[in-house]
Design a protein around this ligand. Sequence first.
Ligand SMILES: Cc1cc2nc3c(=O)[nH]c(=O)nc-3n(C[C@H](O)[C@H](O)[C@H](O)COP(=O)(O)OP(=O)(O)OC[C@H]3O[C@@H](n4cnc5c(N)ncnc54)[C@H](O)[C@@H]3O)c2cc1C
Length: 491
Amino acid sequence: MAGVRQYETDIAIVGAGGAGVAAGIEARAAGARAIAFEQASEPGGAAIISGGGCLIVGSPLQQQNGIHDTPDLAFKDWIAWGGPSADVVWARYYIEHTLHDLYHWAEGLGAKWVDLKFQEGNSVLRWTRPERNGLGLMTRLIEGFRNKGGEIAPGIEITGLRRENDRVIGLEGRDAKTGEPVAVTSKAVVVATGGFNSNLDMVLEFNPALRNDRVLEGSGRGSTGAGHRLIRQAGGYLTHMDHIWFYVYATPDYRDPTQRRGLVFRLVPGNIWVNQQGRRFHNEAMSGGNSASPALLAQSPRHAWAIMDTPMTATMEIADPYYRDGDKVVRAKVVELLDNSPFIRRAGTLAELAEKMGVDVPAFLATVERYNQACEQRLEAEPEFGKPLKASKAFDTPPYYAVQIFPLARKNFGGVKTDLKCRVLDKHFEPIAGLYAAGEVAGMAGGHINGRAGLEGTMLGPAIFSGRVAGGWAAHAAGHGCGFVGKPNRS
Ligand SMILES: Cc1cc2nc3c(=O)[nH]c(=O)nc-3n(C[C@H](O)[C@H](O)[C@H](O)COP(=O)(O)OP(=O)(O)OC[C@H]3O[C@@H](n4cnc5c(N)ncnc54)[C@H](O)[C@@H]3O)c2cc1C
């Protein structure tokens, strides 16, 4: 094909994020040639900007902290939290492989697991954080893939699957900068393009009930659903697409010309959320996707205001590279946001703040007054919703701020249906020859491993794990290795 840049490999991977890089490592370990095509100029995807936390069961870190955990206990929590739409087989498969095939495997590549954090729904601490979060973990995985002879081809956007006699035989795409066409010939393809939560049209297509509300895009920039489209065209089966994990502590990015993206803010101790009626509606300490998000979505209209006074904003962090210089928060830019966003109100008195928010002024003042009294009486928890007051103080130091918060679509819990070898299934649940999918494009693993809610750490962990599974079986189909075996944590 004249004028077309050609690649030839055993395993062609679409997307060099958590799942794609893990697939490449596994394919290389089996002796297959592997190239990961990445549309961005750098690999890493959402995984590299993530918190990096993975749900890991029975780890040395848990033991060091005196925590007794078992796959059975984790599975019980998982199903209780995710509900009947969780894929029980994939959930078991992941949980039982977390110790050896995630924790120790990542350590073998140079990653270090440093601490544990409590997450809602877990009966013990098992959200396990790597050194330097997603950045640290992904840096090691990317190095590991390259050191094993894997290739990452950045700046190439894959736009189609090449097929011959019902078998996927490669990819087509283009150079993201020059538009030069690209053709890839391979023995198997692994699609690892991530989710679709940075594509608001797709979020609303699968959640039409939110069409009249402001919902924010909140995943990695590359999470636009490209892989879902490729696989849908090839006859792949998409499942549980309405299962989207929303977060609430996000305000529109006023610097984004489309105003579709959200900015997540954290570390504002003691802030309270009030609805447009001027009333609190939730225990703000329970800020997870299975507690706070349904509470916010039940408000009318579906937004709220995070109220803070000046000292509370002192430690505020914005989870966006613009507001950071490496590991440090750029305070001046946080202040710039507080002073300039049209979605943030500032006032010298609480009454003036209520007027600027357009809420019911007496109801708002009474809400803050009740909260302040609970703080002043040094109660352990405020009586209305039971929020512990350890990190709280009275609202008493102007200027006061009200940050408008909207549901932010962060993670996809539905996607491409696969079997336990990560082979993409069609509507008859038959595998499509030569086609594999892993990670968030496959609802993190298999299609819907989490169900409606995740215990946290159940996105990146399964994405990496299913990437390994896909890479192993794709290599096997290409004539290399015996498929993914791993080492279950089960005697
Ligand atoms: C801010 C943030 C924090 C998070 N924190 C956590 C956490 O602590 N714990 C947890 O479990 N989960 C977390 N997650 C979720 C987790 O990061 C993702 O679920 C995970 O990274 C998914 O891995 P993936 O490989 O499927 O997708 P990604 O890591 O997003 O990789 C997909 C890659 O495919 C590329 N791509 C897409 N389309 C194409 C195309 N057509 N051609 C070529 N390349 C393409 C993308 O550019 C991207 O690089 C977080 C997510 C975000 C956004």
